[in-house]
Ligand binder design. Structure first.
Ligand code: HDD
Length: 686
């Protein structure tokens, strides 16, 4: 199979063709290619006798099955991935980097992105409170570049040597292996209180950022300070961002918990279905750039991964866009076997001395060796670069490459001293020549020791509802902590961030009000970019549940559905039974959910189209749907007949609650706008 790219398919997609197999329509064979005559009965002595060791078909089938599982990732075990493409807008990044995929606007670089939760096991629910991984592999012509980030721009710890401690504290407690995929337990909060560098990330983890509405509506961050190096060898510090075109949106906590039961696959389903429907998720790649000369101009250390560069101080330059446009063919072969590594770089991108990054550069290869069973994981189809690769590495479990020739060493004369290192001009990777000098020492820089200023910046930048959600989250999490001492330690710790915050959750968890903290300089700085209220609000791809019964107003409902579809909104019909619902004017519509198979938490908004049901319970179910959506601040709309359900639900009106009356033409755009607003926080809940 040729690896030449063609117009509609990128180079990675074409490369994967070599490995794709369609079994349908074929004869069943063993792995040796032998056609099998029978696949239901093992080979026995007599119909009721013992099975024979000779049964190679049984042995092969069973042995393969027995070995199907591999160790799940120690963190980020639960993940879902998709293929995509990345392209820069122009060549303006040439001033900063020689990385071709960041400077050549004619290049379309294939990508593979895996989103994940951090704490939970492979089968855990997806809407838990957690950071989300956002790992991108760029298959560039110069080799693979991996941007292995999260949806939170800072990390819990400042030095990689603490990572095993953090993860041990976060994971289910070892004596009873509870709770699954949750930080709401004693060891996590004990870690937080005794490792106060975690303060800033904990603020993010307690915010709405940790319960995203969709992988399509999250930001991504490279977290560390990296270096970009241009053709002239000049370096800039850089922080990487992914900015979702649909904006940054979150669930509410009660809803997130219910979704964990109603649809534990909520996020992967959302991503899968969006791509299948052609609603390709898009993210702009952003960079914050700082000349090396500015390294010491800030009141934090650029090497400290618990710090952001506030966007208002260092603007994010949007340089290109990634579109996720293809689902995987096989989750194990692609999503599970993909191996990311922050050390997979290309010329023009280099590291900083961030001690968290430095440790990661060791850990990722090491983990793949145990997870993927040996040193040849780079040969797995999903991990292969699209450019050729040659070196003197040989052998090992599962080796696929058939290296020809006599020579597997450097230097040599028998092969003309090849494969030969490339010069910088030929594309050889040359490490940035940073001058470093110092004593060998186990210590942390004094410049890493302010743990609270940026945690306070985050708090101060939140809107009123976002602050309330953070208080609620602390109250929930610490309410699950058994140790009163740990609860109190956390209260006292977060008084350093905000006395208002700590006092509020202390009151909810039966703790003492915080100890007075040393006077902190008044912190008035805010960063509007941190608030999700300032994000893009679009109706496109939002999912609306349409509650409908027999005899609905045919033309009216048809008009509303048509307009919603024109705004890119996905409407799905819910009734007491599946099948065709017949309305007036000869309109018939397909019901795809019953009240039992769906749930209001699975929709962004509800539209009560009305009609009638035979079972009295149906009306109660419909009213409960509306009530639940109301409690989660969602847009709910009703055309004339459906409005009666509002009364049954006890909903009297309020922001984002719309009824059409006789004015359908005004109702539809207003309803679309209120769906785009995502949530109506100013609604007063009865
Ligand atoms: Fe990590 C996986 C992101 C710190 C060690 N990490 C992993 C994944 C993401 C991140 C997105 C999943 C990749 C995938 O989908 O396969 N990790 C981060 C970020 C960090 C971070 C943004 C801080 C800025 N990680 C970190 C440290 C260490 C690790 C400090 C260890 C020193 N991470 C790992 C790992 C994993 C991993 C154990 C588990 C599975 C894997 O690598 O492939 O090596």
């Amino acid at each position: 199979m040729s690896e030449t790219p063609n117009a509609s398919r990128n180079r990675k997609d074409v490369q994967l063709d070599q490995f794709r197999v369609d079994d349908a329509g074929q004869h069943l064979t063993t792995n040796q290619g032998l056609k099998v005559a029978e696949d239901e009965f093992s080979l026995k002595i007599g119909e009721r006798g013992p099975t024979l060791l000779e049964d190679f078909h049984f042995r092969e089938k069973m042995t393969h099955f027995d070995h199907e599982r591999i160790p799940e990732r120690i963190v980020h075990a639960r993940g879902f991935a998709a293929h995509g493409e990345f392209q820069v807008y122009d060549d303006s990044m040439k001033a900063y980097t020689k990385a071709k995929f960041l400077t050549d606007p004619t290049r379309v670089t294939p990508t593979f992105v895996r989103f994940s939760t951090v704490a939970g096991s492979r089968g855990s629910a997806e809407t838990v409170r957690d950071a989300r991984g956002f790992a991108t592999k760029f298959y560039t012509e110069e080799g693979n570049y991996d941007l292995v980030g999260n949806n939170i721009p800072v990390f819990f710890i400042q030095d990689a040597i603490k990572f095993p401690d953090l993860v041990h504290a976060l994971k289910p407690e070892p004596h009873h292996e509870m709770p699954q995929a949750a930080s709401a337990h004693d060891t996590f909060w004990d870690f937080v209180a005794n490792n106060q560098e975690s303060a800033h990330m904990v603020m993010w983890a307690m915010s709405d950022r940790a319960i995203p509405r969709s992988f399509r509506m999250m930001e991504g961050f490279g977290v560390h300070t990296f270096r970009l190096v241009n053709e002239q060898g000049k370096a800039h510090f850089v922080k990487f961002h992914w900015k979702p075109v649909l904006g940054v949106h979150s669930l509410v906590w009660d809803e997130a918990q219910k979704i964990s039961g109603k649809d534990p696959d909520f996020h992967r389903r959302d991503l899968w279905e969006s791509i299948e429907a052609g609603n390709y998720p898009e993210y702009e790649l952003g960079v914050q750039l700082l000349p090396e000369e500015d390294e010491f101009k800030f009141d934090f250390d650029l090497l400290d991964p618990t710090k952001i560069w506030p966007e208002e101080d260092v603007p994010v330059k949007r340089i290109g866009k990634m579109t996720l446009n293809r689902n995987v063919d096989n989750v194990f072969a692609e999503t599970e076997q993909v191996a990311f590594h922050p050390g997979h770089v290309v010329p023009g991108i280099d590291f900083s001395n961030d001690p968290l990054l430095q440790g990661r550069l060791f850990s990722y290869t090491d983990t793949q060796l145990i997870r993927l069973g040996g040193p040849n994981f780079h040969e797995l189809p999903i991990n292969r670069p699209v450019c050729p690769f040659f070196n003197n590495q040989r052998d090992g479990y599962g080796r696929q490459t058939i290296n020809r020739g006599q020579v597997a060493y450097h230097k040599n004369s028998l092969a003309g001293n090849t494969p030969a290192p490339a010069t910088e001009a030929e594309g050889g990777y040359v490490h940035y020549q940073e001058r470093v000098e110092g004593h060998k020492i186990r210590a942390r820089s004094e410049s890493f020791k302010d743990h609270f200023s940026q945690a306070a910046l985050f708090w101060n930048s939140m809107s009123v509802p976002e602050k309330q959600h953070i208080i609620d989250a602390f109250s929930f999490e610490l309410g699950k902590v058994q140790s009163k001492s740990v609860r109190q330690q956390v209260v006292d710790m977060f008084a350093n961030v905000s006395v208002e915050l700590a006092s509020a959750f202390a009151a909810n968890i039966g703790a003492e009000q915080p100890q007075p903290v040393a006077p902190i300089e008044e912190r008035t700085k805010v960063s509007p970019a941190l608030s999700q209220l300032n994000t893009a609000m679009l109706p496109a791809t939002r999912k609306v549940g349409v509650i409908i019964g027999g005899g609905f107003a045919g033309l009216e409902v048809q008009t509303v559905l048509h307009e919603l579809a024109a705004a890119g909104i996905q409407a799905e019909l819910i009734s007491d039974k599946l099948g065709r619902a017949a309305g007036t004017d000869g309109v018939e519509l397909e019901v795809v959910h019953t009240f039992q198979t769906a749930h209001p938490v699975l929709f962004d908004a509800l539209y009560a189209a009305g009609g009638s049901w035979t079972l009295p319970k149906a009306e109660k179910d419909a009213a409960e749907y509306l009530r639940e959506a109301f409690m989660h601040y969602k847009a709910i709309g009703a055309t004339e007949a459906g409005a009666a359900l509002f009364a049954a639900a006890g909903i009297e009106g309020g922001p984002g609650v719309l009824t059409a009356g006789a004015h359908l033409t005004a109702f539809v755009p207003a309803f679309i706008e209120s769906i785009a607003k995502h949530r109506h926080w100013d609604r007063v809940l009865a």
